[in-house]
Write a protein that binds this ligand. Structure first.
Ligand code: 13P
Length: 337
């Protein structure tokens, strides 16, 4: 696939007023989410839940693409329609998580390295044949006593760059996701310093590996204080620090930045994105969302594994999708805007 084609997919992912639904929770993570509403995680319950989301009427009005887990990419609806086909019929591009998760980084206590490079070119070929057009790889960076180490930041940047190169060569647009976690009591200032450092290291390696910026999507954390930090930060400060950090570290050739929600509440994730688009219009890249929890929490609580609740759950999901779509152009109606 040439760069124009990769760029075309990336541009479609960040189409005006649209974002991504991250529904690529691993088997272990989705089991935790389902347990919160007393649903046992089985292949069938996972399929039912994902079908509920993907069959929501109007999903394609707000959602440009969905990130899937390997199992889901191969599943079908109750009516035997492959999920990939269903999504495409609604104008939603199927994507695939290709990393194998964050594992302990040997040589650095408390830090992790994302695995999954072994055999990746062959898996990319298979995913393209199954209908995926983009991929995701998440690196995890923890702030703590003496953390993150340069070793951890650099090791993850290398892996992200290697993954991104393999995807571009195989015909998938790589979502590059270096996530600085919200866990901890760190200040917003420290999150800003670490995030800038991580993004600079990541783009340095992307350049070294020959990854074309026009054919990627960046999925970063917002600059935000740790969830146990006692000092509260207002929405405007998160927006201004996030934009300043991105402007210092992300090349203008990147088509779009699609944030993760990372444990923020549904409302705050929307309000932060909205504030960036209201207060800082005209950035070189589109600013949109690729939320997991912040798009799904209400829907999952409304569903609770019961078919009778499907319509209400779909309504809850579409409400979040619509608000985030509005936030992409600074028109969210939350907070009286
Ligand atoms: P959250 O929005 O729940 O952080 O999930 C997004 C994601 O895909 C993390 O890799």
């Amino acid at each position: 696939m040439n760069l124009d084609q990769l760029n075309g997919i990336a541009e479609a992912m960040v189409a005006d007023n649209k974002g991504l639904l991250a529904a690529d929770e691993s088997t272990a993570t989705i089991a935790k989410r389902l347990a919160t509403v007393n649903v046992e995680s089985t292949e069938e319950s996972r399929r039912n839940y994902r079908e509920l989301l993907f069959c929501s009427k109007d999903i394609g009005k707000y959602i440009s693409g969905t990130i899937l887990f390997d199992e889901t990419l191969r599943q079908k609806t109750r009516d035997n329609i492959p999920f990939t086909e269903l999504l495409r019929s609604k104008g939603v591009i199927p994507g695939i998580k290709v990393d194998k998760g964050a594992k302990p980084l040997s040589g650095s206590e408390g830090e992790s390295i994302t695995e999954g490079l072994d055999g990746l070119p062959a898996r990319v070929n298979e995913y393209v044949a199954l209908g995926a057009q983009f991929a995701k790889w998440r690196a995890v960076i923890r702030i703590g006593e003496g953390l993150p180490t340069k070793f951890c930041v650099d090791s993850n940047a290398h892996a992200l760059a290697s993954y991104a190169k393999i995807c571009q060569e195989g015909g998938l647009v790589p979502i590059v996701e270096p996530e600085v976690l919200m866990d901890g009591d760190h200040s917003i200032e420290l999150c800003q310093e670490v995030t800038e450092n991580v993004l600079r290291a990541t783009f340095y390696e992307l350049y070294n590996y020959g990854v074309e910026c026009e054919g990627i999507v960046l999925k970063p954390n917002m600059v935000i204080s740790g969830q146990d930090c006692l000092e509260s930060t207002d929405i405007e400060e998160v927006a201004s620090r996030t934009i300043a950090t991105l402007r210092r570290s992300v090349p203008a050739a990147v088509p779009g930045i699609m944030f993760l929600s990372g444990g923020q509440s549904e409302e705050l994730a929307t309000e932060h994105l909205n504030a960036m688009n209201v207060n800082f219009p005209g950035q070189p890249w589109k600013l949109s969302f690729s939320y997991g929890r912040a798009l799904q929490q209400s829907a999952l609580s409304a569903w609770r594994g019961d078919d009778k609740n499907i319509l209400v759950a779909q309504g809850a999901f579409l409400k979040r999708a619509r608000e985030n779509s509005l936030a992409c152009c600074g028109k969210s109606t939350l907070n009286g805007n």
